[in-house]
Design a protein around this ligand. Structure first.
Ligand code: MRU
Length: 340
């Protein structure tokens, strides 16, 4: 068993939440204090914190903060909900906090109870990731060259990670692996965050440009792809970081297993298929600038879709904390969740 670090992107102390400022990594490890509800809204919107499970957890603490400030529950809920549209974990966590509040609002220790609930959401996510890692690492053969996209690690969750959690678990179990990390334009979650985490853990890796995946697959370099998810619909379609769909098509063409790792809080069983998922569009400037340096003509227009949809048919399996859904489809997902 190899020993790994325990990177955590958030810490609650002195009645406030402190988070790693992910805009500063990998050059600086800066912690910022979220002092009021507005700080929470900004941190999620501006991607100081990001990653589907993490924005859910931060949203839950934000709801506690809002109530602590005397902001009406519905307003705090709505303001946090309006920060980012695609990852369902944020809405899942906020719904859970609001329902919890409505149930216990008359209690004299409601604030303490709300804080405990936010802490429970955080802890549950960490344990879910360890379970995902355990189920998923079995699917990673020794001596694998794994391709991953975006950042799905400790920084995107309460700790350990989803897709990167599987990679961590494989490494922890002594497997020899090399990770190929898509840089993931324009925010560069891959080259800035995933590479930083892999370096911290001593896991061998190469950063590659997003357009390198097909070439590497055609050369037979990659033998498995593992990615995360921001929302999964009842038929098994997956919204994830822009570029995921292209990777799934390439993996299918080259006959390479394509795994999606996500906690059950990422499923949205109210949506029939991926077409119904709202896709976040971010500012043109993020595409036209690379770390504040302009890299395009000022007059050009840019499109900045933050996510895309991978159809269920391109997915080998979805790995959750409750087990694996092989070749996902509507019937299997409903059965997995005990629904008809
Ligand atoms: O825009 P982000 O960085 O919040 O998007 C995150 C992703 O798309 C991750 O790849 C996804 O897997 C969810 S995080 C485990």
């Amino acid at each position: 068993m190899r020993k790994l670090k325990d990177i955590r992107p958030l810490e609650f102390r002195e009645d406030f939440l402190f988070v790693i400022n992910q805009l500063k990594l990998p050059h600086e490890l800066q912690w910022v204090k979220l002092s009021n509800l507005e700080d929470y809204e900004k941190a999620i919107k501006d991607m100081v914190v990001r990653g589907a499970p993490l924005i859910g957890i931060v949203g839950a603490y934000g709801f506690y903060q809002g109530i602590k400030e005397g902001i009406p529950a519905q307003e705090a809920y709505q303001r946090l909900k309006n920060t980012r549209p695609t990852a369902v974990n944020l809405f899942w966590a906020l719904d859970r906090m609001l329902n919890f509040y409505l149930k216990y609002k008359e209690d004299s220790d409601i604030l303490r109870k709300l804080l405990k609930e936010a802490q429970r959401i955080e802890l549950e996510d960490y344990h879910a990731n360890r379970m995902i890692g355990g189920y998923g690492e079995v699917l990673i053969p020794d001596n694998s060259n794994i391709l991953t996209h975006c950042n799905t690690g400790a920084l995107a969750t309460a700790g350990w990670g989803t897709a990167l959690g599987i990679i961590r678990s494989a490494w922890e179990n002594g497997k020899d692996i090399t990770v190929y990390v898509d840089e993931t334009r324009p925010y560069l979650q891959g080259s800035r965050l995933t590479a930083w985490e892999l370096l911290e853990e001593g896991i061998p890796h190469y950063i590659i440009t997003d357009s390198s995946a097909g070439f590497l697959m055609s050369k037979g370099v990659i033998n498995v792809v593992v990615v995360g998810a921001d929302r999964i619909t009842v038929n098994g379609d997956v919204a994830n970081k822009i570029g995921t769909y292209s990777l799934s098509v390439l993996a299918k063409y080259h006959n390479i297993p394509f795994y999606v790792a996500a906690p059950t809080s990422t499923f949205d069983l109210s949506l029939e298929n991926g077409k119904d998922i709202p896709i976040e569009e971010r500012k043109e400037e993020e595409v036209k600038n690379c770390h504040c340096c302009p890299v395009a003509p000022k007059e050009s227009k840019a499109l900045n879709y933050s996510f895309d949809i991978t159809p269920a048919e391109n997915i080998t399996a979805i790995i959750t904390e409750k087990g694996i859904i092989d070749r996902p489809n509507r019937e299997k997902i409903l059965k997995f969740f005990g629904r008809k």
